[in-house]
Design a protein around this ligand. Sequence first.
Ligand SMILES: [Fe+2]
Ligand SMILES: [Fe+2]
Length: 164
Amino acid sequence: MTSTKTTAPTKAQPASKGAKDAIALLKADHEAVSQLFAEYEKTHSVPNKKALVAEICTALSVHAQVEEEIFYPAVKAALKDKLLVPEATVEHAGVKDLIAQLEGVEPDGEMYDAKVKVLSEYVKHHVKEEQTEMFPQAKASSLDMVELGARLAARKTDLLAQAA
Ligand SMILES: [Fe+2]
Ligand SMILES: [Fe+2]
């Protein structure tokens, strides 16, 4: 019994390892940042706080950029959206403003903690809107989420390499 049962070569390209569709990828980013904020809440060490904030700022900046360059324009076009994407873009501007106030700054006590707290609440609100409004509508549209996911992943890799 030779096991030469030819597994018919499929034309479809095998999904590369860990390939995620666009929504799975963006949700995984949201989850990762939420974990980092939770870690921040628990630590009292200044070096830890600084390292966590650096990680949060990089992750959020890269995430916002790939959404704005790739995901939002695709969603806007597919849904003929005039509401969700503009609102999300304005929220990103608020997030970026807080990131700018935190990046490269020494954790100096209550004001620093307050900024991180407000950033985390801001992000939580924004993520909720994406996940409960934008993503379900995008999923129900004609968008190819696998193709979009591949583009998001590739751009993320580029941007993270630049940030390193
Ligand atoms: Fe966003
Ligand atoms: Fe997002």
